[in-house]
Design a protein around this ligand. Structure first.
Ligand code: CO
Ligand code: CO
Length: 316
């Protein structure tokens, strides 16, 4: 990456790229799409679009507009269903306060949907997934469990209650959380919890910030029923791979149950924001989030790396 206007690129696995236009304006750009996580095409569209938008808020930015990205098996599935997917996507865009202005579709053996989203941020206000400092408090704005819930749904093992909770959770925009956190001016590092799970995204923050993140496992919110499903091995392959990948960087408290370890690495669809906050502002920001209707929870703190030790995660 040699372009001097590229302020954030791929180097720390951040959520989106940021490109400076002038000293006061930078473009934030992201693209995200995937195969259906739920059967209902309208809710698939809602969730996929909300998930793509999330990376804009995770940079402290605001979205401006989006483009649809569509793969559709036109011979196998009726176009009315694609219409429902796009209607869901448009609803998430409306809730984000933006419009979908165009897009591109191809014939594809498997349905795929998502957005390319363009946002804007002041270059001095960019929030990155790095920059956490020792003493910072860690907040998480949504409970975990959507990956395991989706797998349970596909295998017919989820009840109606879990289904509606999981769909609601995955479709919920990170807009309010992102706006409150950006306005607080107290965030040192921010990311959204998606495919790599809480531990995977926390590891990205720890490594890039050269700190240790100390998570209080019992404080991490989890959808009801998810730990039981994990104990029965109802776990997506991606979440299993996450745990194997991140484990060399994590010290689990002895006796921390295996299902809980797995849930902490569960691949999330449009999961919550993970923020490292200035400790002096943590209570105020937490209260602000709750007043705005975001069920944010403090899940731990940031610690310095002791001499001879490595950046990583401690789960207590
Ligand atoms: Co992200
Ligand atoms: Co993304």
């Amino acid at each position: 990456m040699t372009d001097p206007n590229a302020l954030v690129g791929l180097e720390t696995r951040d959520d989106a790229v940021v490109y400076a236009l002038d000293p006061e304006h930078a473009i934030v750009q992201t693209v995200d799409f995937f195969t259906p996580v739920v059967d209902d095409p309208y809710w698939f569209g809602r969730i996929a679009a909300a998930n793509a938008l999330s990376d804009i808020w995770a940079m402290g930015a605001r979205p401006l507009f989006a483009l649809n990205v569509v793969g559709w098996p036109a011979q196998k599935l009726p176009l009315e269903q694609l219409g429902e997917v796009l209607r869901g996507g448009a609803e998430s865009a409306r809730l984000a306060g933006i419009s979908i202005l165009g897009g591109h579709s191809i014939d594809d053996p498997e349905p795929k949907y998502g957005l390319s989203v363009t946002g804007m941020v002041h270059p001095a206000r960019i929030l990155r997934n790095v920059g956490a400092r020792p003493g910072d408090r860690l907040l998480l704005t949504k409970p975990l469990g959507s990956g395991i819930a989706s797998t349970a749904l596909k295998r017919g093992l989820a009840g109606a209650e879990l289904e509606s909770r999981a769909v609601e959770l995955m479709a919920a925009l990170n807009r309010t959380a992102g706006e409150v956190l950006a306005l607080s001016l107290a965030v040192h590092a921010l990311t959204d919890v998606t495919g790599f799970g809480l531990l995977g995204h926390a590891w990205g923050m720890a490594e890039g910030s050269a700190v240790r993140l100390v998570l209080a496992a019992q404080a991490v919110p989890v959808l009801p029923g998810i730990l039981e499903l994990a104990a029965r091995d109802v776990v997506p392959g991606g979440s299993r791979a996450n745990l194997a990948w991140v484990e060399p960087h994590v010290r689990f408290a002895p006796g921390l149950p295996a299902p809980l370890r797995q849930v902490l690495a569960d691949a999330q669809t449009n999961g919550g924001l993970l923020a490292a906050l200035d400790p002096g502002a943590a209570e105020r920001v937490l209260a602000g989030l709750r007043t705005a209707g975001v069920q944010a929870v403090e899940v731990g703190e940031v610690a310095a790396v002791s001499p001879g030790d490595q950046p990583g995660i401690d789960v207590r």
